[in-house]
Design a protein around this ligand. Structure first.
Ligand SMILES: Nc1ncnc2c1ncn2[C@@H]1O[C@H](COP(=O)(O)OP(=O)(O)OP(=O)(O)O)[C@@H](O)[C@H]1O
Length: 308
């Protein structure tokens, strides 16, 4: 591993990521960075909100980097604190999905390799990538607010499955999503959307709309496989209504990103996207944003990242 000058680094750790299966990852990151001589502030808190508050206070001191240890929820925490600042974001994936890390080429499922990538990246200037800015109504206050995302915003069948999984108490782990998928597949029906892409409006029935800065959701489902994080554009996936049988044919192809050849699947490129539909929630970077409508805008170069 190359050595670099001592840096001040904040490491924000989610010990509950991946259902607590990766508790040793955070301490390993902190130990490695300290062994290299960096000045590390290690943050763990009882819950997400307190961690976000501690990280916000630590970032106000302008450290050289914020490293998040966890899944896409932790990426979301980092992106929302760092967008439009000069502080770069490092990611050590230890969550369930880890889609942002996957799309950036950060090793997933190999902590040592991910730490190696981070250490190398700390010795180089960080890379600027685009981020998505969502304008929506806050679910609690009803007031207009802004949420940033770096990977994919989705609003459709996958969000419905997510909502169902969150309402289920059992089973734990990935099988909860599988059960939610089976339940919602049985109830599958088209959603009527109003979609505005760079000022051009369409009203369409669809099963799913996803707005990608990066490529995947749900742990490697490459919904927008051609999205590029620094091209100043979103890839907007629209899947027209599918029968259950057609869904089961198209769905496995999404993992490989080969669904784009299916005539029921379209990808548009746009910088501004408005999505409206009745009673459908938007999820971004795996976290619930709010019910639709949302207005989404790409902000070129808004985020600095430590990546290969
Ligand atoms: N102590 C804690 N610190 C931070 N987050 C916590 C904590 N306890 C529970 N959480 C929950 O963890 C969620 C974020 O999890 P994260 O995304 O890091 O991992 P994951 O869900 O396993 O992975 P992925 O999002 O990639 O599927 C937050 O929504 C938060 O509510």
């Amino acid at each position: 591993m190359p050595t670099s000058k001592p840096l001040t680094i904040v490491v924000a750790i989610n010990p509950s990521a991946s259902f607590g299966k990766s508790r040793e990852v955070g301490p390993a990151v902190v130990a490695t960075l300290r062994a290299l001589g960096h000045l590390v502030t290690s943050l763990t808190e009882p819950d997400f909100e307190q961690l976000r508050d501690s990280a916000r206070r630590a970032i106000a001191k302008k450290p050289d980097a914020l490293v998040v240890v966890g899944g896409d929820g932790m990426v979301s925490l980092g992106v929302n604190l760092l967008a439009h600042t000069k502080v770069p974001l490092g990611i050590i994936p230890s969550g369930t999905g880890n889609d942002m890390a996957r799309g950036l080429g950060i090793p997933v499922g190999n902590t040592e390799a991910a730490i190696g990538v981070l250490v190398d990246a700390l010795a180089r200037p960080a890379r600027a990538i685009d981020a998505g800015r969502i304008r929506h109504l806050d679910s609690e206050t009803g007031e207009e607010t802004t949420t940033w995302f770096a990977s994919v915003l989705s609003a459709g069948f996958d969000a419905i499955v997510n909502e169902r999984a969150n309402r289920l108490r059992h089973p734990r782990g990935k099988s909860r999503y599988l059960l939610a998928l089976v339940i919602e597949l049985a109830r599958l029906r088209p959603i009527r959307y109003r979609l505005v892409l760079d000022g051009v409006e369409t009203v369409t029935d669809a099963a799913l709309i996803a707005v990608g800065n990066n490529q995947s959701i749900g742990g490697g489902m490459r919904v927008t496989p051609n999205a590029v994080v620094d091209d100043g554009l979103f890839d907007v996936l629209v899947v027209t209504p599918l029968s259950r049988i057609a869904f089961m044919r198209v769905f496995p192809r999404v993992f490989a990103g080969t669904h784009l050849t299916d005539p029921r699947v379209t990808v548009h490129r746009a910088t501004h996207v408005r999505i409206e539909a009745e009673n459908v929630a938007a999820y971004a970077d795996g976290e619930r944003v709010s019910l639709l409508p949302v207005d989404v805008e790409i902000v070129p170069g808004a985020l600095r990242v430590l990546m290969p």
